[in-house]
Design a protein around this ligand. Structure first.
Ligand SMILES: Nc1nc2c(c(=O)[nH]1)N[C@H]1C(S)=C(S)[C@@H](COP(=O)(O)O)O[C@H]1N2
Ligand SMILES: [Mo]
Length: 313
């Protein structure tokens, strides 16, 4: 929490300088004609500079939020390092996070968006989701983003589209991990179209009410909370609709260990470790039970009716 934000909360009456900060930001976001007084209170209760509105319908924080310092300093981002504690520092030398996001393939209205304009077009809401890495650690995070469905609706998928393919940036010059060809870069992930359209699936541009730090996948990443964390691809440059199942980086690199679906399932062990329990980041009391679909069964079980969930894939 920044000093400014604390002050906003402590002084019920907004000091004038903060009022002006917020106002100029809201203008920059293209909301210049909206009076501050007409914005709901919750919209103001965010960081000056990143107007994301808390959505109280998505608040999985009963176990407590993971500390922001942990979320932003313990990262999987193999383009930069395989050492989770090193990513945040190494990524600082990366001076070109993607500036555009192309949406193409089997759509009637392909479009390339500037990274800056997405929040303006689709709005931002904050949802608190649980996040479960396949390596059996987990966290609880307030993500700022919007349902991916909104973006897909805008480009009008063709009837023939069945899958969505997501591709990350490719820049071996400034991403040291991409200089080694151990992995088939760029990072690619995929969802079935109905999974991508599910209400829980978010395109995320911020965390803790602030723009996404580089190490968490700026400017835009995916968050799919009922799947293992590797599905939540970072720093996306392209989203393509297709009629064939995309081959993800992990399917190509380790087909016997990482499949297309990768739904969180405590009953199906990874070939090298159990998935029954997980270690919440920052939890001194050890492990907790992992939940089917990471706790999102009610929202997503219908997507997999008739499929054999005992299979890792
Ligand atoms: N482009 C890209 N996206 C990625 C990864 C990666 O290495 N590169 N790692 C994945 C994995 S394994 C996890 S657990 C999450 C980690 O996200 P975080 O660092 O924000 O916690 O990002 C996922 N998205
Ligand atoms: Mo992960």
């Amino acid at each position: 929490m920044t000093k400014q934000y604390k002050q906003l909360r402590e002084n019920k009456v907004t000091p004038e300088k903060h009022f002006w900060n917020r106002r100029s930001f809201i203008q920059a976001m293209g909301l210049g004609s909206v009076s501050l007084l007409s914005l709901p209170k919750s919209a103001l209760a965010v960081q000056a500079g990143f107007p994301s509105e808390k959505n109280p319908d998505y608040n999985d924080s009963f176990d407590g939020l993971t500390k922001e310092e942990l979320v932003t300093n313990y990262n999987n981002f193999y383009e930069f390092s395989t050492d989770k504690k090193e990513v945040a520092e190494i990524v600082q030398d990366w001076n070109q996070p993607p500036e555009t996001l192309e949406v193409s393939g089997m759509v009637h209205q392909p479009q390339t968006f500037g990274a800056e304009e997405l929040a303006k077009i689709f709005g931002l809401e904050q949802r608190i989701y649980r996040f479960r890495c396949v390596e059996a650690w987990s966290m609880v995070v307030p993500w700022d983003g919007f349902p991916l469905r909104k973006l897909l609706d805008r480009v009008k998928p063709m009837g023939s589209a069945k899958y969505v393919k997501f591709t990350s940036f490719l820049d071996p010059e400034s991403a040291p991990g991409q200089q080694r060809d151990y992995y088939p870069w760029p990072y690619v992930e995929g969802l079935r179209l109905d999974e991508a359209m599910n209400d829980l699936t978010l395109l995320v541009g911020g965390v803790y009410g602030k723009p996404l730090p580089k190490q968490n996948g700026s400017p835009w990443r995916l968050i799919v909370p009922w799947k293992y964390g590797f599905k939540s691809i970072k720093s996306i440059v392209r989203i393509e609709l297709t009629d064939t199942m995309p081959t993800s980086l992990w399917m190509a690199a380790g087909p016997s260990e990482y499949g297309f679906y990768a739904n969180v399932n405590p009953e199906v062990d990874h070939p090298r470790w159990s998935q029954k329990r997980e270690r919440p980041l920052g939890n001194w009391f050890g492990k907790i039970d992992t939940l089917m679909f990471n706790g999102y069964t009610d929202q997503v079980a219908h997507l997999y009716q008739g499929m054999d969930l005992k299979r890792f894939y």
